[in-house]
Design a protein around this ligand. Structure first.
Ligand SMILES: [Zn+2]
Length: 337
């Protein structure tokens, strides 16, 4: 009976509806809100305000996901009107035109392979195999348009320097909105680390021998747990952290953590390395099944250890705090006092 109740509890827990957006809007907005507080009164705060007008980092943190409502196959029409409350601020005629313009510029500029997403969607992540304990250019799952390089490109635009190919960021405002989003993404461990599995569910190293594209679990999107996939389970943040309720507490913690200093173009690598190590931790004690191919590719089931929700809640709090602190750090490095 006790076991049954526990199972029921876990099922309920895992059945919290998922937004499908990275970190969910709440997580991204929390990261933006923490940074808004930490840069207030600094030169970075002044520059951010001049770029965003009456918007804040908290508000624009979700723009990078809202633009996914633009459908290239429907002549770049916006197809998500009214679906995501956090996107409402961008759903004016000029706001929709700006989103469509961004997606047109960043749709096929990276020459996506047959099984890859539109370029701007790829800017949000990397898929580094967890046999590695660090991010390195050239590993399977890295590219010149992954999240590390997207952060670098946005920083360069904000520094008034040329951006590297293939990025097509229009101006500093667009770069700032995207930087805010990507710094959130790079702190979600499954946006950087990935497990690669063979058909029997055994872990393989894609950087050794022949790389089978079907072995990529795409940041946990191809790993099914009772009520969805592992990626979206990690994107959601605990109810207690939802925007507005925990921001003050998280901001206080973010203000006192020590951040690693590094040259600005190396910061996203430092953060990616942390994310890979977090991803290794979040797979501890999990088990994979044989794959069941579906129309979207291979799929595996993942068994999660008991008490997994506690592990997740602790790690997520820590990641959100670090993300907010790091966003403030990079903005202050771009615009030092
Ligand atoms: Zn994202």
């Amino acid at each position: 009976m006790k076991k049954l109740l526990l199972t029921l509890f876990l099922l309920m827990f895992y059945c919290i509806p998922q937004s499908g957006f990275a970190w969910g809007a709440d997580g991204h907005q929390t990261v933006g809100a923490i940074a808004d507080h930490l840069i207030a009164g600094s030169k970075a705060g002044v520059r951010v305000k001049s770029l965003l007008g009456d918007m804040t980092l908290e508000k624009v943190a979700v723009w990078g996901d809202c633009v996914k409502g633009i459908a290239p196959e429907k002549d770049f029409a916006y197809t998500s009107t009214g679906r995501y409350p956090e996107c409402a601020a961008f759903e004016t005629a000029s706001g929709i035109a700006a989103m469509a313009d961004y997606v047109r510029r960043n749709n096929t500029n990276c020459n996506p392979a047959f099984d890859e997403e539109n370029c701007h969607k790829q800017y949000h992540y990397a898929d580094v195999a967890l046999q590695h304990d660090h991010y390195k250019t050239g590993y399977i799952g890295t590219s010149d348009h992954d999240v590390v390089n997207a952060i670098r490109a946005a920083v360069l635009v904000l520094q008034g320097q040329p951006q590297p190919a293939p990025f097509q960021f229009k101006n500093q405002q667009e770069a700032l909105m995207l930087l805010t989003h990507y710094v959130g993404d790079i702190h979600q461990p499954l946006h950087v680390g990935s497990v690669f599995l063979d058909a029997d569910g055994h872990i393989v190293n894609p950087d050794e021998g022949h790389y089978d594209r079907g072995s990529n679990t795409v940041g946990g999107n191809a790993l099914q747990c009772p009520c969805g996939n592992l990626h979206s389970l990690w994107d959601d943040i605990p109810q207690a952290f939802k925007r507005g309720r925990m921001n003050d507490v998280l901001t206080k913690k973010a203000a006192v953590i020590s951040v690693i200093s590094a040259p600005i173009n190396q910061l996203p690598v430092v953060w990616a390395n942390d994310a890979i190590n977090d991803a290794r931790k979040l797979f501890a004690g999990t088990q994979f099944s044989k794959s069941t191919p579906n129309q979207r590719g291979n799929n595996w089931s993942i068994g999660l250890p008991l008490e997994y929700e506690k592990t997740m809640a602790n790690m997520k709090e820590d990641e959100l705090i670090r993300a907010g602190a790091h966003l403030a750090q990079v903005l202050k490095a771009i615009w030092p006092d």
